[in-house]
Design a protein around this ligand. Structure first.
Ligand code: 13P
Length: 252
């Protein structure tokens, strides 16, 4: 059975104090739940990773980084390596978020390198992709998503996929209050599973967790998560509030 995941991407929000408080609240809420086959992950900023990771240890909450550099070390001012993340207990990294692609010029080729580095370091990757509004309006969304996945991940051997989680985040739905309809999410997730099956195998595709992200809220999570190829969510804004995040976890 595929693992389900609810992951909170805190983006550039919460200082150290706020991050500690939020993870504590989330851990307390999650502790009391009988989570069957479901993981809960939070991704704070780099400065809070160590403390959040300490607070989360011994609880069901896992901690991810929001980004990572592909080199081991060296003259890369402002960057963070896989070793550094692992040294503070972080073994999951979000790569390819649309905000990284859009504001920081991250390309498919760069992301493929980051994916390789993460996997070589035995880290797990939450790999994000998704089309912008113009792509969808001009009916290019399937092509765009296919090329992002192909360029970022299809160089991998099948066995590497056990450490890959996919996150479909239509850019037009991120932070806009506008979500993909459950049918649009399902349609895209089924398409993603099909291209992975065509490239690798039906078994591999069936095992891959595919998250939906983009204005996922307590009010719409249940309907989106009810779709058969949607295995959870990558949550932005609603993950900053412990009650809302809990409601989304409950929706799964
Ligand atoms: P919102 O839930 O705020 O739309 O953000 C989604 C997202 O980008 C998660 O990575």
């Amino acid at each position: 059975m595929r693992t389900k995941i609810v992951a909170g991407n805190w983006k550039m929000n919460n200082d150290l104090d706020a991050s500690k408080k939020l993870v504590k609240k989330v851990a307390k809420k999650v502790k009391g739940k009988k989570l069957k086959n479901t993981r809960v992950i939070v991704a704070p900023t780099f400065v809070s990773l160590e403390r959040v990771s300490k607070k989360a240890s011994g609880t069901p909450v896992e901690v991810a980084a929001q980004n990572m550099h592909f080199e081991k070390s060296g003259a890369f001012t402002g960057e963070i390596s896989a070793d550094m993340l692992k040294s503070v207990g972080v073994e999951i990294v979000i790569l390819g978020h649309s905000e990284r692609r859009e504001y920081f010029g991250e390309t498919d080729a760069l992301l493929a390198k980051k994916v390789d580095t993460a996997l070589a370091n035995k880290m797990e990757v939450i790999f994000c992709f998704g089309e912008v509004l113009e792509d969808r309006k001009s009916d290019k969304h399937f092509d765009v998503v296919e090329s992002q996945i192909k360029n970022g991940l299809f160089h991998l051997e099948a066995k590497a996929w056990k450490n890959i989680v996919l996150a479909y985040e239509p850019v037009w739905a991120i932070g806009t209050g506008e979500t993909a309809s459950p049918e649009q999410a399902q349609e895209m997730h089924a398409f993603i599973r099909k291209i992975v099956a065509d490239k690798y195998s039906a078994e591999l595709a069936d095992d891959v967790t595919i998250l939906y992200g983009g204005s996922c809220k307590p009010g719409n999570a249940k309907e989106i998560f009810s779709k058969k190829d949607v295995d959870g969510g990558l949550i932005g804004g609603a993950a900053l509030n412990a009650d809302d995040f809990e409601a989304i976890i409950d929706a799964i």
